[in-house]
Design a protein around this ligand. Structure first.
Ligand code: 6LW
Length: 521
């Protein structure tokens, strides 16, 4: 049977998966966004539904002004004796290898009720540093923590990152390591990371992502009969597959495995799907997404996707075609915010309400505009389809020339385009600000409500109309190649989002911005 990849479109890298009876759960990275670590659920590995997040309280997640691509990296989701565990690391800077002092400490949170966000515990921090933490319970219940950090003795003479996988035993009640860290995998590429350890039959397996998350990305396997401390024997066919720069799916790696109830194994992994335009590859607007491929075993070594490259149509036993619907809408009728909205960084104050004006998301804009590293009053959703339209209806009566509310196409605080309403003397104006910082303004002869539209495709086209009119006035476009530019600092680890915002410039908005719906169609 054939099915469509990615199984979770939109930015969802570093997937980690677990099965409990008939239910599969999957977690991905969230970087600088809040809440942290989405938990998706599926019964068939193909259709996934967001059921909550592991980090929803400010006591669990404090990220303030990180570089783009900082924040929460690479969860591992595991289940042991009735309890779910999620590990992660939180970064303020994205390039720890340039400054050994900012290596993060990983942590885990746990719950016995994965269906309820509020049940996840407070974090317990590990004292082994690094990122890409993995937990493995051996048969005697000894717990092993592996993570990636820079080798203490860098390889002499070779300029490598020296990211290597280290392991120790850990006491989960305190997070304290109980053995010396042992290096279990380093790579000639200079990067061995994303470790996941499993046991199958008499073998322990160590999967590692190697070569870095860009074009050199790939996946290796080792196995051991002794245990997680090794010695580890490298597989005969490493890397397990290799997608290249001409393939429709690229940069693939960072795999995690799961066995279904029929004994069939599967791997989830990350990949990007750039688009070929005018003879060259355009960066994917979605960033890194979650893919699924079948795994079978030969001589107790895993063969991923029948040894073939990862592609958009994938074949696997027992699965079926599933088209992910582009249509999504929030009418803000629920007093609780729908799942799938993200804030940039941990919000410091409550700056929104769904109850003050029922049927509306009311934003009380805070003092940060969208260009600063702090947390503005902004709510974002991931873009998951290339061709779609984003639309929202807003009423906003600015009382100051230094406030604005509207809609945003968001990559990071260096590269975003916004369409917002402002006051200019006695006029109200609509202001389009492109990712290249060019500005177009139209004076509005306006009734209260305005519909803001972004058409997504090979470029993003911004338009608006007064709520009582049907004609859209198009005010500006930005090309995808501009919207996906790498930030001057930080990493392009995330993907495109669209959202709603209100801000004052170094002052709060004294009038609220009310949004009556937001939709993708
Ligand atoms: C992830 C790591 C990686 O933790 O990217 O370059 C990080 N490698 O495996 C963020 O997704």
């Amino acid at each position: 049977m054939s099915f469509t990849n990615p199984i979770i479109p939109g930015f969802n890298p570093d997937p980690s998966i677990v099965r409990v009876d008939k239910d599969y759960f999957l977690a991905t990275s969230t970087f600088e966004y809040f809440p942290g670590i989405p938990i998706y659920h599926s019964r068939d590995l193909i259709q996934w539904k967001l059921i909550g997040h592991a980090l929803t309280r400010t006591s669990q997640l404090q990220i303030h002004t990180p570089e783009p691509g900082g924040g929460i990296w690479a969860p591992t989701l595991r289940y042991h004796k009735g309890t779910f565990y999620v590990t992660a690391a939180s970064f303020s800077r994205y390039r720890p290898q340039e400054d050994d002092r900012v290596w993060p400490q990983g942590f885990y949170v746990q719950t016995t009720n994965i269906w309820n966000d509020n049940c996840w515990s407070e974090p317990i921090y590990f004292d082994q540093v690094g990122f890409d933490q993995d937990l493995f319970w051996d048969d005697d219940d000894t717990v092993y923590l592996s993570s990636t950090y820079r080798k203490l003795q860098p390889t002499s003479g070779v300029k490598l990152k020296d990211f290597a996988v280290h392991i120790c035993t850990v006491d989960l009640s305190t997070g304290h390591s109980t053995s010396e860290p042992k290096l279990i995998r380093e790579s000639k590429s200079g990067v061995a990371e994303g470790s996941h350890i499993f046991k199958r039959g008499r073998y322990y397996y160590l999967f590692t992502a190697e070569g870095g998350t860009e074009s050199g990305h790939c996946e290796w396997v080792s196995r051991s009969t002794h245990g997680p401390l090794g010695p580890w024997e490298l597989g005969p066919n490493n890397p397990l597959w290799r997608n290249g720069l001409e393939d429709e799916v690229q940069n693939t790696g960072h795999a995690d495995l799961v066995e279904d109830s029929q004994g069939q194994w599967w791997a989830v992994l990350l990949g990007v799907r750039p688009v070929r335009r005018d003879g060259r590859w355009e960066e994917s607007v979605f960033g890194r997404e979650t893919f699924l491929v079948p795994v079978h075993w030969e001589d107790d070594w895993p063969i991923i996707n029948e040894g073939k490259k990862i592609s958009l149509q994938t074949t696997g036993p027992g699965l079926y075609q599933h088209v992910i619907d582009v249509a999504w809408r929030d009418d803000f009728n629920d007093p609780k915010l729908q799942l799938g909205w993200y804030r940039k960084n941990t919000p410091m104050t409550t700056d929104f309400t769904l109850t003050e004006r029922p049927g509306h998301l009311r934003l009380h804009g805070g003092p940060y505009n969208l260009s600063v590293p702090s947390s503005p009053t902004m709510f974002l959703r991931k873009q998951s389809h290339r061709f779609c339209t984003w639309e929202t209806k807003m009423s906003f009566v600015p009382t100051s020339e230094h406030t604005e509310a509207g809609t945003v196409l968001w990559w990071n605080h260096f590269t975003y385009s916004s369409l917002g309403l402002r006051k200019n003397g006695e006029n109200r104006i609509i202001r389009f600000r492109s990712s290249e910082d060019t500005v177009v303004e139209h004076v509005l002869s306006l009734t209260k409500e305005i519909v803001l539209i972004v058409e997504c495709g090979d470029q993003y086209r911004f338009g608006y109309r007064e709520a009582t009119e049907s004609d859209i006035i198009w005010i500006g476009t930005v090309d995808n190649q501009i919207t996906t530019k790498s930030p001057p600092v930080g990493a392009p680890f995330t993907g495109m989002m669209l959202g709603l915002y209100a801000f004052g410039e170094r002052q709060r908005c004294l009038s609220p911005a009310d949004f009556s719906y937001a939709e993708f169609r």
